[in-house]
Design a protein around this ligand. Sequence first.
Ligand code: NAD
Ligand code: MG
Length: 390
Amino acid sequence: MTKRVTILGATGSIGENTLDIIRRAEAGTYQVVALTANQNAEALAAHAKDFNAEFVALADPTHAKQLEALLQGMKIEIGIGPNALIEAAKRQADFTMAAIIGAAGLEPTLAAVAQGNHVGLANKECLVCAGEPFMAAVRESGAVLLPVDSEHNAIFQVLESDQPKGVKRLILTASGGPFREKTLEDLQTVTRENALNHPVWSMGAKISIDSATLMNKGLELIEASYLFNRPSAEIDVIVHPQSIIHSMVEYIDGSVLAQLGSPDMRTPIAYALGWPARIAAPVERLDFTQISQLTFFAPDLVKFPALRLAREALEAGGCAPCVLNAANEQAVAAFLAGRIQFLDIARIVEATLEREGRSRQFSCAPHDVAAIIATDASARRTADDHIVTL
Ligand code: NAD
Ligand code: MG
């Protein structure tokens, strides 16, 4: 049977890797329902034509004319503006890849969840900012949430979810990013280009910066806590520079189960797209005779305070993770625009958490999406204030 697939964030790194898997499948395996993008009308139109999509949605209206011109005469419906992304996510699909970056993906992803079908979750920020209501929406609709983030996909593969009491801890592995071996002093002068140059993974700009600060691992810690219903104390982070073991689960009998593979997102994408069946992914195979060593060490929370801040936000609960995420998005955008230095990113997140925590004690466990969006907006304003006064 043909699987109807929608990709939210189709022009990004995860979106295009998903299209790559679809392209290689036998004709008739998939029908592309809807594709979305923020600004890149050209790539969106090209993918829509290649995959004969039914509907395309572009969030930013300034590129609407260009998209319409590119798709003129084609039988592809076009939607413009943030509501069009929600419309895309509501179109009946058996599988939706949620691959928008940032909290901007929250509402479209929730609309996909409401369908009650399969959702591949790459967009970790939407779970970080709205963990409890997001998981409640998943339970309510009966959707199957398939983690695409490689660590969470690894845990999903090895977690005996019918034995929650048998699980002792989750162990998230981290590559350590491009600055793993730098000193705190070195970090004062690293550039945008240095930070974008990840040693192992090829990814979009925002997540590459998050990997360099280790905020990515912090967001993943929060993501794991909500996805697998585990407190902070039962989730460890360990640096594993080779990125061969993608994460592990330790059981109470001392067994540790791990998922291994080449560092290529097409493996977790294929796992989610095919689930419960295994489907082929064109990734490099592991050659154990060539792997000389697998090494592990504890992360340095002094050099990389973002990971400490994320754990503190998870433990504070309420809206603290939402504030952390919003402040980080603003700070990373400012760093990418050349407005702040690398070490300022975590400083801005910390200052925003302090100021927002003072005024609201994070007690506002946000239950509805409107409350989350308001918290997110307030935290962004606070972060922006800190950015301009640096
Ligand atoms: P990317 O920057 O390459 O692509 C982001 C996509 O989202 C693009 O299609 C873009 O048009 C769209 N988008 C951006 N801003 C938007 C907005 N405001 N409104 C609507 N659409 C918007 O990002 P990516 O690297 O593919 O990451 C996507 C998500 O997957 C992120 O949440 C990231 O953390 C997660 N993830 C990515 C990787 C990876 O290898 N790239 C690995 C694990 C998890
Ligand atoms: Mg990851």
